[in-house]
Design a binder for this molecule. Structure first.
Ligand code: SAH
Ligand code: SF4
Ligand code: F3S
Length: 471
């Protein structure tokens, strides 16, 4: 018999969280004596929504410690970068942005610079920061996030630099304060970490093993969000389909329970992994009226040899079979995906299998990445003979095909009416919102609609964005 989900994963003990609350109070007292007004904190998060959700917890902790959050980096007393390591480009950008702070720190010696997140969980990156950027005050990895108040207290009270990148199996820290960036869209992590070890990917190394939050904790958080007026709530995990794996609970059951919460709101989730995506889940999606008709299902490659080398655990045929079933039970479903171009050893012919899959799949949009070698991963050891330039050409070829596919899909929406969550006023002075399928639509309407649902008729399609009118 599989074990009950509540017993499946390690939770950071309540007394450890309580200890951090005490440090938080100590910091608040210290800064209230040191600064004449509330000290200002600038927080920037790189990377995926999971990291954004962590960033909202960091911001929550900063607010509890007496800081005011600001968006002008030059005014800050504390600057925190919550980093990402997914591709080399993400890391290069971070080094550039940290380097640029050197001058600011010189002119403002009391300024605190904090780096955390996935990139800092890697020893080589933390070492480089220590050596080449000595003006950085605090560095911590993903597992130490909940200990931020303690680290900040040590640094503020002693002036000592703090590095905490211990490699832990990864636990779940509950009951951290959260400062949400939006009043109507929310991120709700349901699990952390990843066990899949796709051969190109750094995530399992920097986020630890897969662990699911208890269903009741998620249900309670969702109820609270709905009560506070949140309309669009995204369940997060690297592979949400494996929620509760090895226990008596699964993701479909969680979706059903969340769907039965009273209120007018949308449930989204990401990311789904084709290896663990089942017909049962697709049926559940189609039966749950609050679950958005949107499935983000990265396929990475359309070629079976490449998929095997990537260690993805499914074939092109299995992927297309899932899509076929998904469209059968949800004809209006919007499918989006991620794909990698130029995996080590991929040939042009193999790449053409990706192109043909894209033609077949009917994605509304796709995130296309050129392969980036990540130290420590299996793929980083594989021969990679194709030049960056050549991969760039393949990349452009694929984008053109997807543009064509997306154009067909969005053009077919013209004349139909969709329920849209109004999100902001754009630079054209129009309200910008998203359909359930996560397609952006702009239309003239009053600003006070922001944060609520409206029925909008599509009048024109500009491939990636729709134009419409309020019904
Ligand atoms: N857990 C998700 C993806 C998380 S990372 C999943 O399995 O689908 C987001 C995307 O970044 C991946 O889907 C992949 O397309 C891309 N990616 C990850 N590692 C990469 C690398 N080394 N080079 C290029 N793209 C990468
Ligand atoms: Fe990375 Fe694969 Fe895990 Fe996604 S499932 S985070 S691509 S290892
Ligand atoms: Fe980046 Fe970490 Fe997310 S590596 S993509 S921030 S899990």
């Amino acid at each position: 018999m599989s074990q009950p989900i509540e017993k499946a994963t390690g939770i950071v003990p309540g007394k450890d969280i309580e200890k951090q609350r005490e440090y938080s109070t100590l910091v608040a007292e210290l800064v209230s004596m040191r600064y004449s007004e509330k000290p200002k904190a600038f927080v920037h998060t790189y990377g995926c929504q999971g990291n954004v959700a962590d960033g909202e917890r960091i911001e929550g902790m900063l607010v509890s410690m007496g800081y005011e959050l600001i968006s002008d980096v030059d005014q800050a007393d504390l600057i925190l970068f919550n980093t990402c390591a997914i591709r080399e480009h993400a890391e290069d950008r971070l080094y550039g942005n940290v380097g640029a702070l050197k001058v600011l720190k010189k002119s403002k010696p009391g300024l605190k610079i904090v780096l955390c997140g996935c990139m800092m969980q890697q020893k080589h990156a933390a070492e480089k920061i220590k050596k080449s950027y000595p003006f950085v005050d605090i560095v911590f990895g993903t597992h130490a996030l909940y200990r931020f108040p303690e680290m900040l207290y040590i640094n503020l009270s002693s002036g000592k630099k703090v590095f905490d990148i211990t490699d832990e199996p990864g636990k779940i820290a509950e009951d951290l304060p959260i400062h949400r960036d939006s009043k109507f869209k929310a991120w709700l992590p349901i699990m952390y970490g990843c066990n899949n070890f796709c051969s190109y990917c750094v995530v399992p190394y920097v986020r630890g093993r897969e662990r699911s939050r208890a269903p009741q904790v998620i249900i309670d958080e969702m109820k609270e969000l709905v009560k506070q007026g949140y309309k669009d709530i995204t369940l997060l995990g690297q592979n949400v389909n494996s929620y509760g794996k090895g226990t008596d609970y699964n993701f479909s059951r969680l979706l059903k329970e969340l769907n039965s919460i009273e209120g007018d709101f949308l449930i989204r989730f990401m990311t789904s992994h084709p290896k663990d995506c089942t017909f049962e889940l697709l049926d559940t999606m189609s039966q749950c009226d609050k679950v958005a008709g949107h499935l983000h299902l990265p396929f990475q490659s359309g070629n079976n040899r490449v998929l095997k080398e990537m260690n993805r655990g499914y074939t092109r045929e299995k992927y297309l079979e899932l899509l076929e079933y998904a469209y059968k039970v949800m004809p209006d479903l919007s499918v989006t995906a991620d794909v990698i171009v130029g995996f080590p050893g991929e040939t042009y012919e193999e790449f053409l299998d990706t192109v043909s899959l894209v033609r077949q799949a009917g994605f509304t949009s796709m995130y296309t990445f050129i392969y980036s070698s990540r130290p420590g991963t299996k793929a980083a050891e594989m021969p990679d003979p194709v030049s960056r330039d050549e991969k760039g050409k393949w990349f452009s070829e694929l984008l053109k095909v997807q543009e064509d596919v997306a154009d067909k899909r969005t053009s077919a929406m013209v004349g139909r009416t969709f329920r849209v969550l109004c999100e902001s006023v754009n630079k054209n002075g129009l309200i910008e919102g998203r359909t359930q399928g996560n397609i952006i639509i702009e239309f003239p309407a009053d600003e006070n609609l922001i944060g609520s649902f409206a029925n909008v008729k599509v009048t024109e399609s500009l491939i990636w964005i729709l134009k419409g009118e309020l019904q």
